[in-house]
Design a protein around this ligand. Structure first.
Ligand code: SME
Length: 179
């Protein structure tokens, strides 16, 4: 499938990444850069980002954002089954990532004390904390129905993808500033 969308500024084509996992993340990173380029709206970019990753990555059953509202995490744009709406800081895998600022890569969610089971199919999970302008913005969360789905390559790949998302939120990106 090829999804093309047109705005005043660009045309964009989504293709499934190929090659080994590192090569797939490299291609996905380029697609994310192209998809978010020139747009700074957080909800629009979060929605397109989640849709892109959902389309590109195999063996996932949920991916999306929880945004920090100043008190707790609130679900944002995502793909997958309807999810828990609010998560307190420090609770579950998402709240732990948000509270510690550390990526949580959980091989077996059943072994993670306090894991919040939004989708009973989830067996492993990766959560990346999102910090923008020095403040907690929220987390990026991906679930898999397979145990041990995520490894160090996924951690690095997801962090790089999240950096592209966070960079898109600034009104002047480095690319635009250099132009
Ligand atoms: N499992 C998460 C909750 C969010 S869902 O996976 C969409 C957690 O333990 O924080």
């Amino acid at each position: 499938m090829s999804l093309r969308c047109y705005t005043l500024h660009m045309s964009f084509s989504v293709t499934r990444p190929t090659g080994n996992k590192s090569e797939q993340y490299a291609q996905l990173l380029e697609q994310a850069r192209a998809l978010l380029h020139g747009e700074h709206d957080r909800i629009a970019n979060a929605a397109n980002f989640a849709a892109l990753v959902w389309y590109a990555l195999p063996d996932i059953n949920w991916c999306g954002f929880y945004f920090f509202d100043g008190r707790e995490l609130v679900v944002g744009p995502f793909q997958g089954k309807p999810a828990c709406v609010r998560i307190a800081l420090g609770r579950g895998v998402c709240g732990t990532a948000a509270a510690t600022g550390q990526v949580q890569c959980v091989a077996d969610v059943h072994a993670f004390a306090g894991h919040i089971a939004c989708d009973a199919d989830s067996r492993s999970e990766i959560v990346v904390p999102l910090v923008h302008d020095g403040a907690l913005l929220g987390v990026w969360d991906v679930d898999s129905p397979l145990p041990n789905r995520f490894d160090e390559t996924d951690v690095a790949g997801m962090q790089a993808l999240c950096a592209v998302f966070l960079g898109s939120l600034s009104s002047t990106t480095q690319t635009e500033a250099a132009a």
